[in-house]
Design a protein around this ligand. Structure first.
Ligand code: IMP
Ligand code: MG
Length: 179
C-alpha cells in the first residue's frame, strides 16, 4: 500500500500519479498543437509559481516553434476604495495582435484567471486561450472559457507537481489530495 505523505501538519494521499499526469499533458499538448498549428507566433504565458512544472512538461510536447514567457500576479492592498489590486509582473513581450495561451496549474474559483484575462485583454492580443492541468468545475465562478483541461477534479485541496501547501509540495512528481 502507498504511504501517505505529511506536509507541515497535514496528511495527503496520492490521487493522480505522474504516469497519468504525463499522459494527460501529452494529450492536451497534442490537441492544442493541432488547433493552433497555423497561428503566427503564439506566446505561451505561464503563471508562476505553481505552473512551472506543468509548463516545462507541456511546452516540450508542443509541435510548433513557440515562445514561452513567465508572469506573476502580485496582489497588494490598494486604497480603501479600490480594495485589493492585482498587478501583472514580468510581461516584457508586446502581445498586441498575437495569440496568447495562458498556462495554469489549476483553476479553482477562477478569480485569478479572470483578473489575468482582463489585464491581458487591455493589451489587445488577437485572442487569449486558456490551458490548465487541473480544473475544479464545482468551484469555478468565472466567465472565461477554459479551452484546454488536463483533468477536472472535485473541490478538494491538492498538492504536488508545482502546487503547494504553505510553500511545501511543489517538488513532488505526483499529485496528492488532503486526507
Ligand atoms: P482561483 O483564483 O481560486 O482560481 O485559484 C487561484 C490559486 O489558488 C491557484 O493558482 C493556486 O495557486 C491556488 N489553489 C487553488 N486550488 C488549490 C489546491 O487545491 N491546491 C493548491 N493550490 C490551490
Ligand atoms: Mg497558479
Amino acid at each position: 500500500m502507498m504511504k501517505n505523505i505529511k506536509l507541515w501538519d497535514k496528511e495527503f494521499r496520492i490521487s493522480y500519479p505522474s504516469s497519468e499526469i504525463k499522459k494527460d499533458v501529452e494529450t492536451m499538448a497534442q490537441t492544442l498543437s493541432r488547433d493552433l498549428a497555423d497561428e503566427n507566433n503564439p506566446l505561451f504565458l505561464s503563471v508562476l509559481n505553481g505552473s512551472f512544472v506543468f509548463t516545462a512538461d507541456f511546452v516540450r510536447n508542443i509541435e510548433f516553434p513557440c515562445e514561452v514567457s513567465f508572469v506573476k500576479l502580485a496582489s497588494y492592498q490598494g486604497t480603501e476604495t479600490t480594495g485589493t489590486v492585482n498587478q501583472l509582473i514580468g510581461l516584457t513581450e508586446n502581445i498586441e495582435g498575437r495569440t496568447v495561451i495562458i498556462l495554469e496549474d489549476i483553476v479553482d474559483t477562477g478569480i485569478t484567471l479572470g483578473k489575468l484575462v482582463e489585464t491581458l485583454s487591455r493589451l489587445k492580443p488577437k485572442s487569449i486561450k486558456i490551458a490548465t492541468l487541473l480544473f475544479k468545475p464545482d468551484s469555478y465562478k468565472g466567465t472565461a472559457k477554459v479551452d484546454y483541461v488536463g483533468r477536472s477534479i472535485p473541490n478538494e485541496f491538492i498538492v504536488g507537481y508545482g502546487l503547494d501547501y504553505d510553500g511545501l509540495g511543489r517538488n513532488l512528481p505526483d499529485i496528492y489530495t488532503l486526507v
